[in-house]
Design a protein around this ligand. Structure first.
Ligand code: ZN
Length: 322
């Protein structure tokens, strides 16, 4: 039977987290400082579990290994993507991630290219996105002297904005922002600056200055990214990004929209509304509601979504589907 794989998320407590994942998405949270919902993940720090159908109770990393036909028999050893929802009640640390080469060598895992869809942002909310240093010497000097205001580029954000954050980009999500993050399956973060904050035990979080200097792109280039939007009936379908690592889409559906498979498998997260997912040759649809996350495996070639509903979807990029 052709069926989607609905997944149970894993939650992560963070010093900058809040309780919006409960108030907005109705998730049961482990604490009022829940920063991250790992919605679709096979990363060892938080693996999602299938909650429906034939594979109910199976972890995603296990499926990737044992049922690789679901993903088009890929050659990569690990599920390459990780989908998160983040609730930044407070500022996240200023950070940078390595590329695949550096990540493999120094952390034994993939690098981390990521991108953000802004689900919600309080008035005045900002992200840090890139820096002003022109040379590596200048970067080192400004970090050394703590000249954060001169070094870091701040960008105001609003609901619906999209940012591509390739590995090597200095960045931070500011307080009052909720995002859906599509990223490589990696948990390697190099912290440049943490606002001199202390945790509950009075300790500063570790910084990784040398690694940050090693991997930061200097000078910072704003990645060129063309966003394409089409209307299909009353629905609006947007392609946010087609990169080597993943492609990311926004499906805002009103009524009924048909889809054809574009990649070996497709990931999707419901951000708003309610609807139904119809799979080819099946009469009974699957209910879709805000906060659901699922994968359409390789054997599903066509599907239809009905309702008044918004989903952010992604597929593996060219680097991952070879
Ligand atoms: Zn990051």
């Amino acid at each position: 039977m052709k069926e989607p794989l609905f997944l149970k998320p894993v939650f992560q407590e963070k010093i900058w987290g809040g309780n919006q994942l409960q108030t907005s998405f109705n998730y049961e949270l482990p604490s009022d400082k829940t920063g991250e919902c790992w919605a679709i993940s096979a990363h060892p720090h938080g693996v999602s579990t299938v909650i429906n159908g034939k594979f109910k109770g199976t972890k995603l990393d296990e499926l990737w290994k044992k049922e690789s036909h679901l993903f088009g028999n890929p050659k990569e050893p690990v599920f390459p993507l990780l989908i998160k929802i983040l609730d930044a009640e407070d500022d996240l640390s200023v950070q940078v991630h390595p590329d695949d080469e550096y990540g493999k060598k120094h952390a034994g895992e993939l690098g981390k290219t990521e991108c953000w869809y802004i689900i919600d942002a309080k008035p005045g909310a900002e992200i840090i996105y890139g820096h002003h240093a022109q040379t590596r010497e200048e970067l080192i000097e400004m970090i050394d002297k703590g000249q954060w205001d001169q070094l870091l580029t701040r960008v105001p954000v609003k609901r619906g904005d999209f940012f591509f954050v390739p590995s090597g980009t200095i960045h931070a999500i500011g307080k009052g922002i909720m995002i859906l993050e599509t990223q490589q399956s990696s948990d390697t973060t190099y912290r440049v600056y943490d606002y001199d904050r202390k945790d509950d035990e009075g300790n500063l979080r570790e910084l990784h200055i040398q690694e940050s200097i090693d991997v930061t792109q200097v000078p910072h280039h704003i990645p060129v990214n063309e966003i394409k939007q089409v209307n299909v009936g009353s629905s609006s379908l947007t392609t946010f990004l087609q990169s080597d690592y993943f492609c990311v889409y926004d499906w805002e559906i009103e009524g009924s929209t048909k889809f054809e498979k574009q990649a070996p498998y497709t990931l999707a997260s419901v951000l708003n509304g309610f609807g139904y997912l119809f799979i080819e040759e099946q009469e009974e649809p699957f209910e879709l509601k805000k906060g659901d996350h699922f994968i359409l495996p390789n054997e599903i070639n066509n599907w239809k979504i009905e309702g008044d509903i918004q989903l952010i979807a992604s597929t593996p990029g060219s680097k991952n589907s070879k």
